[in-house]
Ligand binder design. Structure first.
Ligand code: GLN
Length: 487
């Protein structure tokens, strides 16, 4: 029997419109799944059940009045990096463990205005720094495909909540891979739009020149629906781009005949696990059958992405996180003896080890004498990487490759080895450095664990990416698999 949690956002929207079920029933259904599964998975930090049911009742009235949008009445979860008015917003940190946001982030506001219901706030790596959700002050999130494995990060809670069908979709953010890598590790569709496409207002900053909000969903069609409701110019974000948002759902079915797919030599060459590579190649055969042409392309500077990112991102984070000083909001230490003691102990006690490592690296690379050697150099390489991509997009329409070097790994396996942990994003970071839109979609399983396929496009090519992802999902069933125990 098909149950409500088997349906995609698009299917649920049809059911709501036809009044086959109400938004209140739908919201209750997901809240009861949260009650049942969240204690073991730890995917949500806060559940906003009461507000959700009130909003659902309003959505039902709106649906009845005929003033609904395509998203009205659909419940989702928000990554706990988005400020939610009157609701605890922690960013996965002890530093914000008492922070009730006084306003909604633009992403939250736009979705609420469209009639979307917020079920709760998803667990995440502290300040979005991590690839496994293990740096969260609220503890690790378990992967519904195997409870001994990580769900990826930093949007690990956003991924687990959807993979376990506790919500049909969620929001995430991606600074170096934090939507795509968890999507890959939990068999979901994740999109990181072009830098500037979605407002960063009210999204707690990690590395401002890289951060971008996006979605984790069960299909590309759902991503198209949800992104359409989130994207667009926002005068409150100075890097938000003033360009019209196309109807992403309108072009999903476009034929792919003649599509030029670039295969990144640097992605396939070394380090890619053979079995993982085979799944990617199998996916490419599906595209060839749809009429796409494969072209090998090389981005010679791409192997420098990880070191470049680990200079730029910590530099920006050290500056962004200076606002958490124990004075204005967030955690404050007990009984400070003077102002310096207040700063030192509030930050010392409020931040976790990974966040401190990044702040220290960042202040080092920005300090006088080292700025030119590290930060300036990294900025120059970032430009070369962006130029490499631009050249490639002169030859091909999209680039396709793996999302993550391995499937989900054991909880605890990489926590003592930051470098190995950082390498989880080796395939994803390039798109952030160049500000490009990129997606991950499910393309198979290795030893029972999901594997993702990455699609990268030129700036503002979200509609093309969603079209390329959707056509693949019309031909395959990978994205429809549900982990055992959550059917
Ligand atoms: N894993 C990367 C990091 O720790 C990327 C995180 C992200 O995209 N927010 O910085």
């Amino acid at each position: 029997m098909t149950e409500l949690h088997h349906l995609t956002l698009a299917e649920l929207a049809v059911g709501l419109k036809a009044r086959r079920f109400s938004s209140v029933e739908l919201t209750q259904h997901f809240l009861s799944r949260i009650e049942r599964f969240n204690p073991a998975l730890n995917a949500l930090i806060t559940v906003t059940g009461e507000q959700a049911l009130q909003a659902a009742a309003k959505a039902d009235q709106r649906l009845a009045s005929g003033a609904a949008t395509p998203m009205t009445g659909l419940p989702i979860a928000h990554k706990d990096i988005f400020c939610t008015d009157g609701v605890l917003t922690t960013c996965g940190s002890k530093m914000l463990s008492n922070f009730i946001a006084p306003y909604d982030a633009t992403v939250v506001d736009r979705l609420s205005q469209a009639g979307v219901i917020t079920l709760g706030k998803a667990n995440m790596d502290e300040f979005a720094m991590g690839s496994s959700n293990e740096t969260s002050w609220y503890g690790p999130v378990k992967n519904p495909w195997d409870l001994t494995k990580v769900p990826g990060g930093s949007s690990g809670g956003s991924a687990a909540v959807v993979a376990a069908r506790m919500a049909p979709a969620s929001t995430g953010t991606d600074t170096g891979g934090s939507i795509r890598q968890p999507a890959a590790l939990t068999s979901l569709t994740g999109i990181k739009p072009t830098y500037g496409r979605v407002s960063r207002y009210g999204m707690i900053a990690f590395a401002s020149s890289l951060d971008q909000a996006g979605t984790l969903t069960l299909s590309a069609e759902d991503a198209a629906m949800m992104l359409g409701a989130m994207a667009g110019f926002d005068p409150r974000d100075s890097t938000s781009v003033d360009a019209p948002v196309p109807d992403y759902t309108a072009s999903l079915d476009q034929p792919l005949a003649g599509l030029k797919i670039g295969l990144l030599k640097e992605f396939f060459e070394k380090g890619l696990d053979e079995a993982n590579g085979k799944l990617v190649r199998d996916a490419l055969k599906v595209y060839e059958a749809l009429g796409a042409k494969l072209v090998e392309v090389s981005l010679p500077n791409l192997p420098l992405s990880v070191p470049t990112y680990y200079v730029v991102a910590p530099a920006e984070c050290s500056s962004n996180l200076s606002r958490f000083d124990g004075v204005r909001f967030g955690y404050r230490c007990e009984k400070p003896v003077d102002l310096l003691d207040l700063y030192k102990r509030s930050r010392g006690e409020g931040f976790g080890a990974e966040v401190k490592r990044r702040i220290m690296t960042g202040t080092y690379v920005l300090s006088a004498g080292y700025y030119d050697a590290y930060y300036l150099k990294a900025q120059k390489i970032r430009r070369l990487i962006a130029d490499d991509f631009e050249r490639a997009f002169g030859e091909v329409d999209v680039l396709i490759g793996p999302t993550s070097p391995t499937p989900a790994f054991d909880i605890g396996a990489q926590t003592d080895d930051p470098i190995t942990m950082y390498l989880n994003d080796i395939y994803t970071i390039g798109a952030n450095l160049a500000g490009l839109p990129a997606m991950s979609i499910p393309c198979g399983f290795l030893g029972g664990l999901p594997v993702g396929l990455q699609i990268i496009g030129p700036h503002f090519a979200e509609a093309k990416l969603l079209n390329v992802a959707h056509r693949y999902q019309q031909e395959t069933q990978w994205h429809k698999q549900i982990p055992a125990g959550y059917e």
